[in-house]
Design a protein around this ligand. Sequence first.
Ligand SMILES: *[C@@H]1O[C@H](CO)[C@@H](O)[C@H](O)[C@H]1NC(C)=O
Length: 326
Amino acid sequence: MRERDLSWHLSKDLPSTCFLLCLSEFLAHQGTDCWTYHYSEKLMNWQSARKFCQENYTDLVAIQNKREIEYLEKTVPFNRHYYWIGIRKIRNTWTWVGTNKPLAAEAENWGTGEPNNKKSREDCVEIYIKRTRDSGRWNDDACHKRKAALCYTASCQPGSCSGHGECVETINNHTCSCDAGHYGPQCQFVVQCAALETPELGSMVCTHPFGTFSFGSQCAFNCSEGTHLAGMEEAHCGPFGNWSSLEPTCHVIQCEPPTAPDLGSMDCTHPLANFSFTSTCTFSCSEGTELSGEKRTVCGSSGLWSSPPPICQRKFAQHTEDFKMG
Ligand SMILES: *[C@@H]1O[C@H](CO)[C@@H](O)[C@H](O)[C@H]1NC(C)=O
């Protein structure tokens, strides 16, 4: 059916003649998703016509534009009883039964002098097809009257728009109104954000609901012991392809440099950075003095030394003097 603009499809197992309207230009993009029309040969009241359409197709036709009417007028055969369509008077308002929306004035397509509610209770709507006067137009008629059913099958399917958009029926096709962060004719693409990197001296854990570093991705950052995080602990990829924040950086915790004791000296090692986490200082006292306190101190992960610097005290100075004098 791909090669022809208009394709007729005669179904053996359905109690009606059906036909497909697929323009090849749409087929090229859409595969087989098509808005298709079907009609019954059997006559029935409006209620039964609706049931027939709902059971076999989607619903009674909901005519949306002039092109659609022209198409129906051209392709549906004449039936002297004409065809029920999906409009009904509900609480005195003409309503599209499929959507339950009132018929807008600009969408009206009544025949001359219609709707006339001639015998009152003309609460259902038929379309004239191949009539000498007002062909393709609508007429209100009593719902119990027997006419053919004019049905359609929706183009939108549960998988249309890739599950990331709202599917909107169009005459022989559908269009997708994509959710935030998704795009493409079938909403099949997801907005990408730049890849983030694990900070030095830290870690990163990400979740990617739609694709790696894409809309909806979330990353949480942690800095290793003895470092502090500068920036945000969490970043998420928004619908415009930008992150809520950049990766944070991990800075090594600093300790206040200690002072060497009077009469002593200090020797420090710095595995990570000057006077920072894991830096170690060793103190020694000059001859004749004695160290009081801890000989070694280590810069801890909270930025404090394990102990204060020691003091160097003169050894027995007082006693020596006393002894000499005696
Ligand atoms: C992306 O950038 C816009 C404008 O600069 C900003 O308003 C928005 O919050 C950003 N997205 C996220 C996820 O933060």
